[in-house]
Structures are given as C-alpha cells and as structure tokens.
Design a protein around this ligand. Structure first.
Ligand code: G3H
Ligand code: 13P
Ligand code: ZN
Length: 332
C-alpha cells in the first residue's frame, strides 16, 4: 500500500484505544529494523526523520528507501513523518517530497533552540497546516518545550504545556496532533532517578485530554532508556552515566489518556551501539560492516517489537485500508 497519513493512523489508534510508536531513522538498517518489527507484530508503523536525518542521508535516499518499504511490506500502513520541523520551509519541502506528515515545532524559533512566543507558534503552525491539508498531509504541532539539548535540538529548559493555551492552539491552528511538554527531554539523560509525579507531569496529559478529547496527543522524549541496554553499552567499553528514561507504565497511562504517538529515538541508538560494541569486543578481528550491522539491526528490531506490543499497536496493521491523500484533503 502507499504511504498513509499520520491522521488516519492516529484516528484508528484513537478508535482502538492504543498508541503508536514513532521511531527515528537515519539509515537503511534502522528502517529495516522497524519494518521487520512491524511485520512480526502486525503493527502500523510511523517512521520519522529529523532535519539532521534528512541532511545525513540526503533525503532523496531516505525517501526512496521508504518507497522500498511500502513495496516490501505491503500489509503494513506506514507513515513517513518529518520530526521537529524548525520552519515552514522544512515542513513544506518534506511534504513536497512525499512525506505524509510533518511536525512544525513552532515552540522554538527557526534556530531550533530559542523558545518562541505563542503567537509566533500559532502563525507558523497554521501556515504549515494550510499547506499540508490542501494536499491531504497531516501536521503535528508542539506547545510548551521539551527539555534536553543533547541532540542539538531544544532550548535546554523544559516549559510545560498550559492546558488552556492548548485548547486555543488547537482551535486556531487545526493541527491533527499535538505534542505536549510534560517534563520529558530528548536524549539518554532525562532523569537522575526513576521519575515520579514531581518530575514527570502525567497529570497534565490527563488535564489536556479532558479539555481536548478529540485531539491526538504526542509524547516526545519517550525513550525508556532500559537498564539492560545501558548495561550492555557499558559492559563492552561504553561510558554512559547511570540514567533513567520514561517508564513504560507511564507511557501506557498516557495512552489511556489520549496519547496516540510516542516518539522513540534514543532507545534505538542504545540498542544499536550496545550490539556493535559487543560484536567488536567478541570479534576484534572483524571488519566487514555486515558482521556488526546485522546484530545491530536485530537489537533495534527487538526493542521496537517490544515497544509495539507495549504501546498496543501490535495486531492492528490489517484493520484498515489506506485513505488516499486526495480523499484526506477533501475531509479538511
Ligand atoms: O529530536 C529528537 C530526535 O532524537 C532526533 O535527533 O536531531 O539528532 O536526529 P537528531
Ligand atoms: P528520545 O530521545 O527519548 O528517544 O526522544 C525522541 C523524540 O522525541 C524524537 O522527536
Ligand atoms: Zn522530539
């Protein structure tokens, strides 16, 4: 089937009461890991590329790898999503290329670092929505700021989402999905202890969902940073400091309260790095990239499969047929 829209996949998730993991990719092996996990668990898949990913791969390569994924996995609904678009131009160029969805992260200015004001965010997000919806593509907006600057994106401070502003933002922009800031951050170093309500504001999700029951909520910075992945990296020569991510049960609580898209990148990075480190310690003479990329891909697949089961999307790949973009455009 052709690439499908985020809107359709999240509408279906809403009907079924489950969440859908959105996994970042930068190369062929990561795409393969997600697609194999989706096939093994019969899951719809959201594959997302940051600006950095588009630059690293040269996005034409990435786009055509995704077309290969639609050919090779025809039974899987696949969304191709721009993650953290920093400007309308970034989002529009993704949509023009064939991405079926884009995130306009207007919570920050175009530098991807400086927190913006509400009116700027509404204006730039609405501009993307107007363009995307004419073509049937979907848009995710963000209100509040996700913490963390490890990946070069973000202001370094988290600014939690205000529920009243969220209502106004959705009304004025018409976004299909809303990313909310609840105290998570990008990267491995999210929390210095297992998070409780004092540092992870799940109550905000509940509050926002009450006011916006029909809006698909998105959790960013949602890697769980599992202890076993940290241990593998460190056992084989890595030097990660002890850290805590977002516990799966907190994500599941979010999913019960309107979270439909769950962004995961760091856990893939850890799975891949752990497997490659292990391989080189155990086989120091190897130098064929296939020898260490294969276990790396398998390690990411295993992690993604687990998330797909835990988020509830497993078993739902065959529930629906893709709605063409032209039909989606008519619905707005
Ligand atoms: O924004 C968060 C994602 O983890 C993407 O990271 O910008 O380093 O590709 P990146
Ligand atoms: P993690 O760093 O927790 O994987 O978050 C990824 C993300 O939010 C991508 O937009
Ligand atoms: Zn993010």
């Amino acid at each position: 089937m052709p690439l499908v829209t985020l809107r359709q996949v999240l509408d279906e998730a809403g009907k079924g009461g489950y969440g859908v993991g959105a996994f970042n990719v930068n190369n062929m092996e990561q795409i393969q890991a997600i697609m194999e996990a989706a096939r093994a668990t019969k899951s719809p898949a959201i594959v997302q590329a940051s600006r950095g990913a588009r630059k690293y791969t040269n996005d034409r390569f990435l786009y055509h790898l995704m077309l290969a994924a639609t050919e090779l996995y025809p039974e899987i609904p696949i969304v191709l999503h721009q993650d953290h678009g920093n400007s309308a131009q970034t989002c529009l160029s993704a949509i023009d290329m064939g991405f079926t969805s884009a995130m306009m992260d207007g919570s920050l200015l175009e530098d991807g670092k400086t927190p913006s004001d509400f009116e700027y965010n509404v204006k730039v997000t609405k501009e993307v929505v107007d363009y995307a919806h004419k073509k049937g593509a979907s848009v995710e907006g963000e209100l509040g700021c996700i913490g963390g600057i490890e990946d070069g994106h973000g202001s370094g401070q988290s600014r939690l989402t205000d529920p009243d502003q969220a209502v106004e933002f959705v009304k004025r922009t018409g976004v299909d999905a809303l990313a909310v800031a609840i105290g998570t951050s990008h990267g491995a170093y999210k929390f210095t202890r297992k998070p409780d309500a004092a540092i992870l504001a799940m109550n905000l999700i509940i509050e926002i969902h009450k006011r916006l029951p029909d809006t698909h909520l998105v959790m960013h910075g949602s890697s769980s940073v599992p202890q076993e992945l940290q241990d593998i990296v460190n056992k084989y020569g890595g030097q990660l400091k002890q850290t805590w991510g977002v516990p799966i049960e907190e994500i599941q609580l979010g999913i019960k309260n309107g979270v439909r898209k769950v962004n995961v990148d760091t856990d893939s990075r850890l799975a891949i790095t752990g497997a490659i480190r292990k391989h080189f310690v155990e086989h120091p003479g190897d130098f064929d990239p296939r020898d260490y990329m294969k276990p790396a891909r398998e390690a990411m697949q295993k992690m993604v499969e687990k998330r797909m089961v835990d988020f509830g999307q497993a078993g739902h790949a065959g529930d629906y047929q893709p709605i063409p973009l032209s039909e989606m455009a008519k619905r707005y």
